[in-house]
Design a protein around this ligand. Structure first.
Ligand code: 3PG
Ligand code: MG
Length: 395
């Protein structure tokens, strides 16, 4: 793969696929700019070489063409601040105005294209659409790791129209760090799996069973495992059709000598709300009318000890509904321990994207773990062993 370091961008217009699919609040302000900041090294290298940059991304999942809600125009001002120079905007990602704006770019200038998903052709991986986009740049850089699991026009199909296909720094770092965890991990290696659905994590858990010493299970998916062990979960979230699978995972873990840690207590609520009544209940004994929304304090202590003694930590998925401050303690305790393992035990810690990344960033710990991935689904699929179309297109 050609890397950004090995390429001289002088005089070139670099068409850079980024994943600027960032969360925006109702005032269209960015609430987590991790994905944007992550691209600074790639963009800076191109500009410092004397090249110009055409940024292309999707935002959200617009259904029927252009809408104000999903317009990338909301990113123009924040991007100008991040990159320390004005950012031009093309209000259509293809067509004459985009062609003219791209053609007139001077070295050191940045142009942002409107949301690629305003065209259905993007997600369909349409070849003609990819070719139109390709005309805007001299060289294609793919730095959109977060979207690399999609075989879309701008993430994969476009590659065929360029002689120079360059792997951006974000893409490179993501792959290196995932590889390090999967293939070169120092022991003990602890994987912390959370989030609401076990169905999202089955494949990665199965693969990790061959690699980890400890598997910590938390979050909503816990309750499917509790059902597998015959416990009572009250009104907690669960996937009854995955109970057999949960059983199989527990059996396989035992066969492979992996220590599995599940919650011994849960912080329960009488309704799904931050203001709910709360009580700590032992695992497997949650009464009807109550639901587990976080791990309990005893569990947090047990998990902490395991994490803090680890040399490699992979964390994917929160321990509870951390968006509710009253049910964030478990997730925050895990974030604390991952930082401790990193700073005091010299562990390599990789935080999977999505909710666990937000939890770590919101706690202000983004710089105190080894790496926060910009990929949610993409990281999971990569770790499951799948070939990501966005990576394959660079090879
Ligand atoms: C993400 O946030 O998961 C990526 O940007 C990909 O977006 P998608 O899941 O809508 O394809
Ligand atoms: Mg997604």
């Amino acid at each position: 793969m050609k890397t950004v370091d090995s390429y001289n961008f002088a005089g070139k217009r670099a068409l850079v696929r980024v994943d600027f699919n960032v969360p925006l609040n109702e005032r269209f302000e960015i609430t987590d700019d991790t994905r944007i900041k992550a691209t600074i090294p790639t963009i800076t290298k191109i500009l410092n070489d004397g090249g110009s940059v055409i940024l292309m991304s999707h935002l959200g999942r617009p259904k029927d063409g252009p809408t104000d809600k999903y317009s990338l125009k909301h990113l123009v001002t924040p991007l100008s601040v991040v990159f320390g120079r004005p950012v031009k905007f093309a209000d259509d990602c293809i067509g004459q105005s985009a062609i003219d704006l791209a053609a007139s770019l001077q070295s050191g200038e940045i142009l942002l294209l409107e949301n690629l998903r305003f065209y259905k052709e993007e997600e369909k991986g349409n070849v003609e659409f990819a070719e139109k986009l390709s005309k805007l740049g001299d060289v294609w850089v793919n730095d959109a790791f977060g979207t690399a699991h999609r075989a879309h026009a701008s993430t994969a199909v476009i590659g065929q129209f360029f002689e120079d296909r360059i792997c951006g720094y974000v893409m490179q770092a993501e792959i290196e760090n995932a590889q390090r965890v999967l293939e070169n991990s120092e022991r003990p290696f602890t994987a912390i799996m959370g989030g609401s659905k076990v169905s999202d994590k089955i494949l990665i858990i199965e693969r990790l069973l061959d690699k980890v010493d400890n598997l910590i299970i938390g979050g909503g998916m816990t309750y499917t495992f509790v059902l597998a062990e015959g416990g009572k979960i009250g009104n907690s979230i669960s996937e009854p059709d995955k109970v057999e699978l949960a059983k199989e995972i527990l059996i396989k873990a035992k066969e492979k000598g992996v220590n599995v840690y599940m919650p011994v207590d849960n912080l329960c609520a009488d309704k799904f709300s931050n203001d709910a009544e709360r009580q700590v209940v032992a695992s497997g004994a949650i009464p009807d009318g109550w639901q587990g929304l976080d791990i309990g304090p005893e569990t947090a202590e047990i998990f902490k000890k395991v994490i803090e003694a680890s040399k490699t930590v992979l964390w994917n998925g929160p321990m509870g509904v951390f968006e509710f401050p009253n049910f964030a303690a478990g997730t925050n305790a895990i974030a604390d321990s991952v930082v401790k393992a990193t700073e005091e035990n010299g562990a390599f810690s990789l935080i999977g994207g999505g909710d666990s990344a937000s939890a770590v960033n919101n706690a202000g710990y983004g710089d105190r773990v080894s790496y926060v991935s910009t990929g949610g689904g993409a990281l999971l699929e990569y770790m499951e062993g799948k070939v990501l179309p966005g990576v394959a297109a660079l090879q």
